[in-house]
Design a protein around this ligand. Structure first.
Ligand code: CAO
Length: 445
């Protein structure tokens, strides 16, 4: 058996003639007990009125902008709950954390204590006051956002922790439920490019583990450098956003290394030193000419192809990783590139690179050859679409069809954005780089 219940504004403390700033329901809606019906806003607090019982809304008696007081009729509800629940009131600060249900008609001291037994840190122990904050205080606590407790709860449920990112469309800059939904839709489709519609769901991942390491042994906490923080953010974004694949290859650089050592001997007096990195830059520029897709960036549904050849290289510095850029590398000789790279690396280690020294790269090389390693997968440096990594060359026995010969082999890898570069193209690029390094005469044809 059902009955029609008049849902009225319960005891809202000392407030009267309070505006209704949001109505969440319409006739025909099915409500569960505690579902928010409307939000009222006094000059000191924002309050959600929840449904006292579950049922179906028959008629709404208020609309946004109406002013109400205790006892004002909000709606008629056809109840399907015969449990005789009392109308209740959800009171919260606009800062959103203090949502507590009380039965205002029958607040006993026991209930007051129960309702504050596990309180958010912002509320006081007096139940009628628990929602009341001076508006300025509320604003500062809520990072200048303005939203009712139910909207905040809704946002939290959907994982929106920082409401200041949500664009408000409600009166007086108030964030509405619709605004939160719109924000979520935008966030889900935000990273989509290259024809993406953003209709997939977001990352449903566990929170970062919180471990008290001190429980297991001695620890020391060190602040992360500014460069470290910036590169961490960039790397994390690039790792998550780019569907990247790494392709491994080897180049026989026996003759090239002999040539490099010979040139370095000849130029010893001049103090000029050719490095493997400078040859890698030359080879990459040549390969970018042959395979222009590698010299591009994705912009929404377009591929921007660059007609210039600025090559970044990862430089290890005491403060972290930076990527200075050799501009117009196609117009420079290997020696000029070696001199410039060495000067940029020195400036980087001294922490004196200018922002312009690190801008405009088309493609990045990360050379660990001076250190070691047999292979690694570098992370694409967005908005570039590929990166080349090199490790330490070593003498290997290579079968020439008749015998094993000692050859100097350079292992290298290419990580590429699969949205732009597929595996066949990436492997062709790698094979071409290997051919160039194997026989530098190919550089001039
Ligand atoms: N194989 C074998 N030896 C190599 C080599 C390779 N692929 N590349 C360089 N070397 C040798 C050099 O010949 C040199 O030896 P000599 O002093 O006997 O001539 C020695 O290693 C040191 O080289 P270098 O480091 O001075 O010069 P470089 O041009 O190779 O590198 C730079 C310059 C700036 C790339 C490098 O100093 C650097 O910072 N590398 C680290 C990059 C990095 O951190 N990448 C990771 C990014 S992702 O986490």
């Amino acid at each position: 058996m059902s009955e029609i219940i008049e849902v009225k504004v319960p005891d809202i403390g000392d407030f009267a003639d309070v505006p209704v700033i949001e109505v969440f329901v319409k006739a025909g809606d099915s409500l569960k007990e505690e579902d928010a019906i409307a939000t009222l806003e006094s000059d000191k607090a924002t309050m959600d009125v929840p449904s006292p019982v579950s049922g179906v809304v028959k008629e709404i008696m208020v609309q946004m902008g109406d002013r109400v007081s205790e006892g004002s009729l909000l709606l008629l509800l056809e109840s399907n709950d015969m449990g005789g629940a009392k109308p209740s009131l959800a009171v919260g600060t606009a800062a959103g954390d203090a949502v507590t249900e009380v039965a205002p008609a029958e607040i006993t001291s026991q209930q007051r204590q129960a309702s504050v037994a596990n309180p958010p840190s912002t509320i006081s122990s007096e139940v009628p006051d628990m929602a009341i904050k001076h508006p300025a205080e509320v604003l500062s606590m809520s990072s200048n956002t303005h939203a009712s407790p139910s909207v905040r709860a809704f946002a939290r449920e959907l994982g929106v922790v920082d409401l200041s990112q949500v664009k408000a469309s409600g009166p007086k800059g108030r964030i509405l439920k619709e605004d939160v939904k719109f924000f979520i839709k935008g966030a889900l489709s935000g990273g989509a490019t290259h024809g993406g519609t953003g209709s997939g769901s977001g990352l449903d991942i566990l929170p970062w583990p919180q471990v008290d390491f001190g429980k297991f042994g001695e620890v020391e906490t060190q602040p992360i450098s500014r460069i470290g923080k910036i590169s961490a953010q960039n790397l994390a974004r690039n790792w998550v956003m780019i569907p990247a694949v790494t392709y491994y290859e080897e180049a026989d650089i026996t003759d090239l290394e002999a040539f490099r050592l010979q040139l370095n001997k000849e130029n010893e007096k001049a103090g000029v030193k050719l490095t493997m990195l400078s040859f890698l830059v030359k080879a990459v520029v040549k390969a970018l000419h042959k395979y222009p897709a590698f010299n591009s960036s994705l912009e929404s549904d377009n591929l921007v192809l660059k007609k210039y050849y600025h090559i970044g290289f990862a430089a290890d510095t005491p403060n972290g990783l930076v990527v200075p850029v050799i501009k117009n590398a196609d117009q420079k000789s290997s020696i000029e590139i070696a001199v410039e790279a060495s000067s940029l690396a020195k400036t980087a280690r001294e922490g004196k690179l200018k922002p312009t020294d690190m801008q405009g790269a088309c493609f990045t090389i990360s050379s660990l050859g001076g250190i070691g390693g047999t292979s690694f997968s570098p992370i694409v440096n967005a908005p570039e679409v590929a990166i080349l990594g090199a490790n330490k060359s070593s003498m290997q026995p290579v079968w020439n069809g008749q015998e094993f010969l000692p050859r100097l082999i350079l292992p290298f890898s290419l990580t590429a954005d699969h949205r732009v570069i597929d595996g066949a193209l990436a492997t062709r690029f790698n094979v071409y780089i290997a051919q160039l390094l194997n026989d530098m005469r190919r550089m001039i044809v």
